[in-house]
Write a new protein. Structure first.
Lengths: 456, 305
C-alpha cells in the first residue's frame, strides 16, 4: 500500500489486503456498540437484541471505502501533488474574495424581505427566526470567540460562561429593576468582560492546553452555580417572563400603544422577529467591525504575534498577560452582548442553554471556519447551525430508514466528526488565512515548525 | 468518627476509579504532550462494553458464577476498549503529530463529542441500569448504631486496582516496552535513533491507557450499576484534575491525585454540600493549576525556544 501510493502505481493486492484488515478492525471496534442493542423489556429489565445486518453493512462500507481509497484515491492524490498549480484558479479566487463580503452583507440586509416575499407571513417567521436569527447568534458568538482563539491563540472551552453571564445579567436586572434592553445591553457586556478579566487574570499564565481545561472548569462551575443557587437563579426551572426588547420604547404587542398600532399596521408577530433579526445582524456586524479594526491596531498585532510565538513576544517587550487579558475581556464582552440578546429573544433562560456542548459548538464553528478568519466563521456557522435546522426538515429520510429515524440526533455526531476531519485535512480550517501565496512545484501547507501556534 | 471512617472507605473507592483513569491521561501527556480530552469518553465506552458483555454472559449464556462473569467482563472490556483507543489514535491523533500545538487537543475534543454521541445514537439516551452484580458487606465495627461497612464490591475495587497497579508498575519499570515508553517520553528523536519504534510505543501507550480506563469502567458499572452516554465527561474532567494534582506525567502522582480527588469529593459531599461537589473538584483543578502547576510529584515545566 505504501509503495503503491508513493510511486502513483496501482497496487491491487495491497489495497485488498489493506481493505480486509480495515474491515476486520472495524468489525472489532463496532461489534459491541452496533452489534448489540441494550433496551428495556416490559418489566424494566435490560435485554439485548442483535443488529447483525446493520453491523455487517457498516463494516462492508468501511472496507469498500478503504479499498477505493488505497486503490484509486491515494494514487490520484499522489499524481495531483506532482502537477503544477494553474494560476487561473488563483485569479478566480481573488474575484470571489473581493466581492464575497459586500454581496454577503447586502444579502443579509435584504434577507427578511426575500423570505417574506417568497414564504409569506407564517413561513417567513420560521425562516427568519430559525435560520436567520439562530445562525446570526452563532456567527456573533463565533466572531467573539475568534478574538480569543483565532487571534490571540488562547483555547477557551468555557466561552459559554460569558454568554450565560450576559443572559442572566439581562434577565435578572430587567426583572428586578425594570431596566430596558438598551441600557442593559452595554451593562451585560461590561459585566461579562468583568468576569472575563476576573477569571482570566489568574489563569492566563498557563500554557495552551492547561488554559483550555481551566476555562472548561470555570464554565462548568458557573453553570453549576446557576443550577444550585436557586434563590437567585431559580435553578433548573430557569427565569421566565423576561421583558422583550422594544422599538425605542414601543413594545411589540397587540395593544394600542404597540408597534403595529402606532404605525397603523395590522398586528403580526412577524414585526418583532424582523426587528430581532436586524438587531442581531447589527450586533454581529459590530463585533466583526470591531475585530477587523482592532486587528490593525498595535493590540491586534500583539494578539496575533502572541498566537505565533509567546516567547518571542515577551522578548520584544510585549506585556503578554495584559495582551491576553484584553483578548479575553473583549471576547467575553461580545458573548455578553449575545447573551443579553438571547435572553431578550427567548424571554426564558435556564442553565440547560449553557452547557459544555454549547461551548464546543461555538469552538467547532471557529475551528472549522479557520481560526482567525471572519468569513470562515460565517460559512461554518451556516453549515453547522443551518445544517442542524435542515436536518429537522429532512422528513423523507424517515421513509428510507423507518419512522423512528430522527436526523437531528446525528447533529453532534457530525460536529465531532467534522472537528476531527478538519484537524486532519485542513488544520487551518476551511478558510485558512495564512496559506502561502508563493510555492515551488508542490502545493503544500506550511509545516508546523515554521508557524508555531497556540503557545499561549 | 464512624461517619468519618465510612466516608474514608467510600472516598478511597471512588479515588481508585479516578486514579485508574488518571493514569491514562498522565501517560499520554507524558509521551506526546497532549491532553487526551476523549479519555473520559473512552472510559464511558468501556463501561458500555462491560455492560453488554455482562448481559451476554448472564442472560444468554446463563453464567451464574459472579466471580467468573466479572473476570470475563473485565477481560472483554479491556480488549475491546484497547482496540477502540488504538483505532482512535491511528485516525485522530497520529496524523496530527507535528501539527500546531492545539490541533491534537481540538481533535480530541471532537473525538470526545463523537464518542458520547455515537453511544447515544447507537444505544439510546436512557440510563442503562443492571441488577446489582455483587451484594453483601462486612461490618467493620458498629458504634452509636452507625455500622461502618466495607461492601464486597468496594473490596473488589480495591483489590483489582491494587493488583493492576502492581502489574502496570512492573510493565513500566521492568519490561522492554516500559523502557521504550520512558525513552520516548524523554526524547522521541533520540529514542528513534537508538532503535525504539516510536509509533508503536505511542500506540501501545494508548492501548494500556484504554485497558486501565476499561478496568475503571467495569468497576464503575459494578459499583453504581448504571451508566449513560454522558457519563464520560465529569469523571473524565475529575480524573484529569487528579492527574494535574499529582503532577502530570508522573504515574504515582496520578494514583495519589486520584485518591485525593476521591477523598475531597466524598468529604465535601459528606460535610458541606452535595450540590457543589463537582464545583469542589473543578475548583481544585483551577487552584492547582494556578498555584502548583507542576503538581505534587511533577517536574516543573521548562519553556524552551
Amino acid at each position: 500500500m505504501a509503495s503503491g501510493a508513493q510511486s502513483g502505481r496501482v497496487d491491487m493486492t495491497g489495497a485488498l489486503r489493506d481493505a480486509g484488515f480495515t474491515g476486520l478492525v472495524a468489525f472489532g471496534v463496532l461489534l459491541p456498540l452496533i452489534g448489540f442493542l441494550t433496551g428495556v423489556d416490559g418489566s424494566n429489565q435490560l435485554v439485548l437484541t442483535t443488529r447483525w445486518p446493520l453491523l455487517l453493512a457498516i463494516v462492508a462500507v468501511v472496507a469498500v471505502c478503504r479499498f477505493l481509497y488505497c486503490f484509486a484515491i491515494m494514487p490520484w492524490l499522489a499524481r495531483r501533488a506532482q502537477q503544477p498549480i494553474r494560476a487561473a484558479s488563483q485569479a478566480w479566487r481573488g474575484i470571489v474574495a473581493n466581492w464575497f463580503v459586500p454581496f454577503g452583507i447586502a444579502f443579509l440586509i435584504i434577507y427578511p424581505v426575500i423570505v417574506y416575499l417568497t414564504a409569506g407571513t407564517s413561513g417567513g417567521q420560521k425562516w427568519i427566526d430559525n435560520f436567520g436569527i439562530q445562525i446570526l447568534i452563532y456567527v456573533m458568538l463565533g466572531w467573539g470567540l475568534n478574538i480569543v482563539v483565532g487571534l490571540a491563540g488562547l483555547l477557551d472551552l468555557g466561552y459559554v460562561a460569558f454568554y450565560a453571564v450576559g443572559a442572566y445579567s439581562y434577565a435578572l436586572l430587567a426583572k428586578t429593576f425594570g431596566l430596558t434592553f438598551w441600557i442593559l445591553l452595554p451593562l451585560a457586556g461590561m459585566l461579562s468582560s468583568f468576569w472575563g478579566i476576573l477569571l482570566g487574570f489568574p489563569v492566563l499564565r498557563l500554557r495552551g492546553d492547561y488554559l483550555a481545561i481551566v476555562t472548561l472548569a470555570f464554565g462548568e462551575i458557573i453553570r453549576l452555580i446557576l443550577i444550585n443557587w436557586t434563590a437567585l437563579t431559580n435553578g433548573y426551572a430557569g427565569i421566565t417572563g423576561i421583558p422583550r426588547p422594544t422599538f425605542f420604547g414601543i413594545p411589540f404587542n397587540a395593544n394600542d400603544d404597540g408597534f403595529a398600532a402606532t404605525f397603523g399596521l395590522p398586528f403580526s408577530p412577524l414585526y418583532r422577529v424582523i426587528f430581532l433579526y436586524y438587531l442581531i445582524l447589527a450586533l454581529a456586524l459590530l463585533t466583526c467591525f470591531v475585530t477587523v479594526r482592532l486587528r490593525r491596531l498595535p493590540i491586534g498585532r500583539a494578539w496575533e504575534a502572541l498566537r505565533e510565538d509567546e516567547i518571542a513576544c515577551r522578548s520584544l517587550g510585549i506585556n503578554t498577560t495584559n495582551t491576553k487579558l484584553t483578548a479575553f475581556a473583549m471576547g467575553a464582552m461580545f458573548a455578553g452582548f449575545a447573551g443579553s440578546f438571547f435572553a431578550a429573544r427567548e424571554a426564558f433562560i435556564s442553565p440547560e442553554s449553557f452547557t459544555f456542548i454549547e461551548s464546543a459548538t461555538i469552538l467547532a464553528i471557529v475551528v472549522l471556519g479557520g481560526m482567525g478568519s471572519q468569513v470562515g466563521v460565517v460559512i461554518a456557522a451556516i453549515a453547522m447551525i443551518g445544517g442542524t435546522e435542515i436536518l429537522r426538515e429532512l422528513d423523507f429520510l424517515k421513509s428510507i430508514f423507518g419512522p423512528t429515524f430522527d436526523p437531528t440526533q446525528y447533529r453532534m455526531l457530525l460536529f465531532g466528526f467534522a472537528m476531527v476531519a478538519i484537524m486532519i485535512w485542513r488544520p487551518r480550517g476551511l478558510i485558512s488565512t495564512r496559506e502561502p501565496s508563493v510555492f515551488l512545484k508542490r502545493r503544500k501547507t506550511i509545516a508546523a515548525d515554521l508557524v508555531k501556534q497556540g503557545r499561549g | 468518627m464512624e461517619y468519618f471512617v465510612q466516608q474514608l472507605i467510600n472516598g478511597i473507592t471512588l479515588g481508585s476509579i479516578y486514579g485508574l483513569i488518571a493514569i491514562g491521561y498522565t501517560m499520554v501527556f507524558g509521551i506526546i504532550g497532549m491532553v487526551n480530552f476523549a479519555h473520559g469518553d473512552v472510559f464511558m465506552v468501556s463501561a458500555f462494553i462491560a455492560l453488554i458483555a455482562f448481559l451476554i454472559l448472564t442472560t444468554w449464556l446463563g453464567i451464574t458464577s459472579i466471580a467468573l462473569a466479572l473476570f470475563i467482563v473485565l477481560v472483554v472490556a479491556m480488549l475491546f476498549t484497547s482496540l477502540v483507543n488504538w483505532v482512535i489514535e491511528r485516525i485522530a491523533y497520529r496524523p496530527l503529530r507535528g501539527s500546531f500545538r492545539l490541533a491534537p487537543l481540538i481533535s480530541a475534543i471532537g473525538m470526545s463529542i463523537f464518542l458520547s454521541n455515537f453511544v447515544q445514537v447507537t444505544q439510546g439516551p436512557r440510563n442503562k441500569s443492571i441488577p446489582p452484580m455483587v451484594q453483601g458487606e462486612f461490618v467493620l465495627f458498629n458504634q452509636n448504631n452507625f455500622p461502618v461497612t466495607l461492601s464486597y464490591k468496594q473490596l473488589i475495587i480495591w483489590g483489582v486496582t491494587a493488583v493492576l497497579l502492581l502489574a502496570f508498575w512492573y510493565l513500566v519499570a521492568k519490561t522492554r516496552l516500559g523502557r521504550a515508553q520512558r525513552a520516548c517520553e524523554q526524547d522521541q528523536k533520540m529514542a528513534a535513533l537508538v532503535g525504539v519504534d516510536v509509533d508503536r510505543t505511542i500506540s501501545m501507550t494508548f492501548v494500556i491507557a484504554a485497558a486501565l480506563a476499561a478496568v475503571a469502567g467495569t468497576m464503575y458499572l459494578m459499583y453504581y450499576g448504571v451508566v449513560t452516554f454522558s457519563d464520560g465527561f465529569v469523571p473524565g474532567v475529575k480524573a484529569f484534575t487528579a492527574a494535574v494534582l499529582g503532577g502530570i506525567g508522573s504515574l504515582p502522582g496520578a494514583v495519589v491525585g486520584g485518591l485525593l480527588i476521591g477523598l475531597i469529593e466524598t468529604f465535601w459531599s459528606a460535610y458541606f454540600s452535595i450540590d457543589y461537589k463537582d464545583v469542589a473538584a473543578f475548583s481544585v483543578l483551577a487552584i492547582t493549576l494556578i498555584f502548583l502547576p507542576q503538581g505534587l510529584f511533577g517536574r516543573p515545566d521548562v519553556e524552551k525556544v
